[in-house]
Design a protein around this ligand. Sequence first.
Ligand SMILES: Nc1ncnc2c1ncn2[C@@H]1O[C@H](COP(=O)(O)OP(=O)(O)OP(=O)(O)O)[C@@H](O)[C@H]1O
Ligand SMILES: [Mg+2]
Length: 344
Amino acid sequence: MELTIDGLSAWHSAGAHHTRVLDRVTVALPAGSFGTVLGPSGSGKTTLLRVVAGLHRDASGSIRLGGDRIDELPPERRGIGLVPQDGALFPHLTVTENIEFGLRRTDRRGRRTAAMLDLLGLRRYADRFPHQLSGGQAQRVAVARALAPAPALVLLDEPFSALDAALRGEVRDGVRAALADTGTTALLVTHDQNEALSLSTRLVVLSDGRIRQAGSPYELYSEPVDVWTGRFLGDANILDGVSDGTVADTPLGPLRHQAVAPGPVTVLVRPEQLRLDPGAAAGIPGTVRSTHYVGHGGIVALDLGRSVTALARITATPMPLPGSRIAVAVDGAVRAYPATAAAP
Ligand SMILES: Nc1ncnc2c1ncn2[C@@H]1O[C@H](COP(=O)(O)OP(=O)(O)OP(=O)(O)O)[C@@H](O)[C@H]1O
Ligand SMILES: [Mg+2]
């Protein structure tokens, strides 16, 4: 079901201190979509999920699920499944019993559990206890347990962060398929940029309890509202420039950008926008400082002179040699932000 969070603020108390950790957060998630809240550690992600689930009550604002207000309801009546940050399986219950935990004792209970075991590829582990599972299997059980009662919304708190890179991709795909299969609306929180960009249909960036930007992953990566968000979403070259309103004069030459007030700007250029031409005379001259090869391509660190450096991402080609001279061109439009006097 559709989730609408409006003007949500939340507080934590520690001793005499009452601190606001969420500040007027607004999120709109269409039914069946996969939303991700991306934010650094301590930005308020877990708090947000706990408020939506009804486990943290020191909050104000409204939460609607399928159009109905749920913020006054006790957790068990909200129709929400939560996969907590630590998975939190019951250690004395088997995989099957863990999944059955939230289901009412009806005839259909066995069938529903079997369907969840199949959906998440857990049939072989049905009779094991949590300590007999790998990290990835345990995470899948936690997701199966949350999905078993067919919730209107499932909340996932960094469900893949404890898994190694290879397993993470596999479990992620399994969970995404399970959610799509059941048509469940999902809200995941993570501090992992790649995860957020690859999983979500809608992405929200949270910092210090406030939303910086919301939109599709593509929108946020290609049109970040500010330098912080742009850097947080991926590798970025940040350069000083002077703009005439739509073209900035920068160490990488004149770069076209969205309309801004003319004057000093900070320009954000993604490394994959840089094109390197080893032999060429045309383009901005640079020197290769170092390279980082990753098989399908690599990152080239460039020296542009006057202590300006830049990173270029190149694909499937031999790495240029450190020390070699190279010409640099920039593909496509870049982002420019008016330079503030306070910027270092
Ligand atoms: N029980 C609590 N009492 C007091 N302050 C808390 C409590 N839980 C969290 N906080 C504070 O609230 C802020 C947000 O915490 P939260 O756990 O929501 O962040 P997070 O984004 O989930 O971080 P992480 O990525 O590390 O899990 C932090 O500054 C944290 O110190
Ligand atoms: Mg957290």
